[in-house]
Design a protein around this ligand. Structure first.
Ligand code: F6P
Length: 327
């Protein structure tokens, strides 16, 4: 059991994700429920360095459960890579009596959280908030389900127009280093092919598959491309087609930040609520340097190091099933 925690700071950092607000609400309300003060830290680590803090009460988190984005704002703070800057942040926390932190975010957020814990003995628990679903230690990250549903709706719409014009569409989805959104929405939308950072498909493979589809009477096709695909995003691929396979009438749709800005689904609200409470309860029990996650419907704590290092990549089963069904 660690020292008794009296004040918990909560922050969101990195790319925002739908459900972050639900997680903030859960951290604030469960802290207060257990008689612990709650403080909002604005703009992630940027606000921590500057002491941009606000005391939160039960009503501070009214009506945010179903809203996308993050009321605490978010930032990618490169300054936090410097030990001397982290020391300033730790000093700010100590001066404001914040004796533990819940950090909601992804890889970058957890790297900062781990260093804050190791270097300054400030107990930190991470909550996985990223649409990328690429953290080890939780079956799903907060925002992944919402992003998938937004993409799915868009692809269903694109399919209608693709069919009308006998067109080939490259739909680009987010995921600089992770193909989760592409693989899941590819399977769920019946896409012809999915191009993700994790797989080895070559341009020649894709052309061959498309040609075969054409011979089998396929008149239109959707290819879902993760932005981090090895041989380029959707626009680069379209250019390749223009040069090497001009007989295809190819179009590009880049879904961009629409994927991140939606209101959270029921699944993400529940996940965020459970994990926010789990983070506070973990801190109360003396846990630190871990991420709260849900595996097989049970709360589990995984070291931040493992959560980052053993980054999960897309389950082969999803890719395999999509492949079988897209003949
Ligand atoms: O990490 C979440 C994410 O949405 C990635 O999928 C994407 O590559 C990146 O953030 C985009 O970041 P930004 O909004 O800073 O351009």
């Amino acid at each position: 059991m660690g020292k008794q925690i009296k004040k918990i700071g909560v922050l969101t950092s990195g790319g925002d994700s739908p459900g972050m607000n639900a997680a903030i609400r859960a951290v604030v309300r469960s802290s207060l429920y257990y008689g612990i003060e709650a403080v909002g830290i604005y703009r992630g680590y940027e606000g921590m360095i500057e002491g941009d803090f606000e005391s939160m009460d039960v009503r501070s988190v009214n009506h945010i459960l179903g809203k996308g984005g993050t009321v605490l704002k978010s930032a990618r703070c490169l300054e936090f890579h410097k030990p001397e800057v982290r020391a300033i942040a730790a000093k700010q926390l100590k001066e404001h009596g914040i004796d533990a932190v819940v950090a909601i975010g992804g890889n970058g957020t957890f790297t900062g959280a781990k260093l804050l814990w190791e270097e300054h003995d400030i107990p930190v628990i991470g909550v996985p908030g990223t649409i990328d679903n690429d953290l080890h230690g939780s079956d799903s990250t907060i925002g992944f389900d919402t992003a998938n549903n937004i993409v799915l709706e868009a692809i269903d719409n694109i399919r209608n127009t693709a069919l009308s014009h006998n067109r080939l569409f490259f739909v680009e989805v987010m995921g600089r280093e992770s193909g989760y959104i592409a693989a899941y929405t590819g399977l769920a939308s019946g896409a012809f092919s999915v191009l993700i950072p994790e797989n080895e498909t070559t341009f020649e493979d894709l052309i061959e598959k498309l040609d075969k589809g054409r011979r089998n009477g396929k008149t239109s096709s959707i290819v879902v491309v993760a932005e981090g695909n090895k041989w380029g995003g959707a626009s680069e691929i379209k250019q390749l087609f223009k040069e090497k396979a001009p007989s295809y009438d190819a179009k590009v749709t880049i879904l961009g930040h629409t994927q991140r800005g939606g209101n959270p689904t029921c699944f993400d609200r529940i996940l965020a609520s459970r994990l926010g409470v789990a983070a506070v309860e973990g801190l109360k029990e003396g846990k630190a340097g871990v991420m709260a996650g849900i595996i097989k419907n049970e709360v589990k704590y995984t070291s931040l190091e493992d959560a980052i290092q053993f980054k999960d990549s897309v389950d082969e089963e999803i890719v395999r099933v999509a492949e079988i069904l897209s003949i």
